[in-house]
Design a protein around this ligand. Sequence first.
Ligand SMILES: *[C@@H]1O[C@H](CO)[C@@H](O)[C@H](O)[C@H]1NC(C)=O
Ligand SMILES: *[C@@H]1O[C@H](CO)[C@@H](O)[C@H](O)[C@H]1NC(C)=O
Ligand SMILES: *[C@@H]1O[C@H](CO)[C@@H](O)[C@H](O)[C@H]1NC(C)=O
Ligand SMILES: *[C@@H]1O[C@H](CO)[C@@H](O)[C@H](O)[C@H]1NC(C)=O
Length: 397
Amino acid sequence: MASSSKPLLLIISVALLFFSLLISPSQSANCSSQTFSNNKLYTHCNDLPTLNSYLHYTYDSAQSTLSVAFIAPPPKSTGWIAWAINPTGNGMLGAQSLIAFRNSTGEMTVKTYNITTYAIQESRVWFTVNESTAEYSGGVMRLFATLVLPEKGKTSVNHVWQVGASVTNGVPDKHDFQPANLNAKGTLDLLSGETNSAGPSSDSRTKRKNIHGILNGVSWGLMFPIGIIIARYLRTFPSADPVWFYLHAFCQVSAYVIGVVGWGTGLKLGSESKGIQYSGHRNIGIALFSVASLQIFALFLRPQKDHKFRFYWNIYHHGLGYTIAVLGVVNVFKGLAILSPAKKWKSAYIILLIVLGAIALLLEGITWVVILRRKSRKSTKPYDGFTDGQGRQQLSS
Ligand SMILES: *[C@@H]1O[C@H](CO)[C@@H](O)[C@H](O)[C@H]1NC(C)=O
Ligand SMILES: *[C@@H]1O[C@H](CO)[C@@H](O)[C@H](O)[C@H]1NC(C)=O
Ligand SMILES: *[C@@H]1O[C@H](CO)[C@@H](O)[C@H](O)[C@H]1NC(C)=O
Ligand SMILES: *[C@@H]1O[C@H](CO)[C@@H](O)[C@H](O)[C@H]1NC(C)=O
């Protein structure tokens, strides 16, 4: 039965493969081939790094006028697109925004918003809008505007862009919180035409979130449950006697090490995320770390097999173990909901859990058959459901 660690290893590697495919951002497009129906020409254009959007612009530094064309596909034709300059920060809060959407008569319109909360209100903004129009065709919205910046001689600005799916009573509704939405920001060099993502808070942050997801998904979400399966079922077989223990200890200790690293990445991500708090995910993560650390203590406090406290130690150890498995799986799902990768990753994880569950069920059945056979062979000694003839622990939780 020791060979049943092979399928388990296979599951782990398949899982690693699945999760590592999460890191695959790329988009190929080319703004220089875009033309406009009004034949406007702009000095610079940029393929923006997220949301399939593009920015064309011309800057006249003497007049401080900035002409922009922002192009993006809204999630729905009834949605909105927005482009903003943030003179005071690098995210959404403080963004001086132009938002294009259909108004109540169905015509494309552009309005300005000084964004201070999610409940946005049309308002004056930092720059003067000399001219603005918008159009919608082929699933793509185009926002044209000529702005006069209040500060002369500015050469670089922080900009933010966004898309949303709906507008209610003339007010654009909240956008999604996918990585692509959250990373839609950067700096714009008005003269050279270069754009940069907003430093480490952008692309690399998504990468770090994915790494956090992989580490925790594999450790808490898979290795801990697999380690439990090893301990619960392999030791039924006398031939697997010391082996199951080392496999189990190795699996759980490595899961703990990987899990703690993943936990650390999570705390770091959480401390950097000022605007949005995922308190459920965070609290479960902290609880998991605490319970798992207690479990590591259990390893050192383990009494001898025939010690009278061993019974209580078993309850403690198994109780913590199952708690970790349940919290781990729950938190992987919570994490998946936050990271929201393509649906297939969640499905892949569910399938892995079902496979593990099926393996556990099968082994549960085999274990009972073995125990009942053993019991009937040694029918002189009553089976108390807790230990077999040799005092070995059986299905003790
Ligand atoms: C964009 O298109 C132009 C002309 O079609 C081409 O020369 C250039 O290599 C393209 N750039 C990218 C990044 O594809
Ligand atoms: C809708 O937008 C168009 C173009 O900006 C404007 O002419 C029209 O008055 C607007 N309609 C309403 C009801 O605001
Ligand atoms: C935008 O709103 C903030 C907070 O209410 C305010 O301090 C700021 O002056 C406003 N900016 C403009 C350009 O009105
Ligand atoms: C605003 O636009 C009008 C017409 O497009 C133009 O004549 C005027 O000079 C512009 N104002 C500024 C400050 O650029």
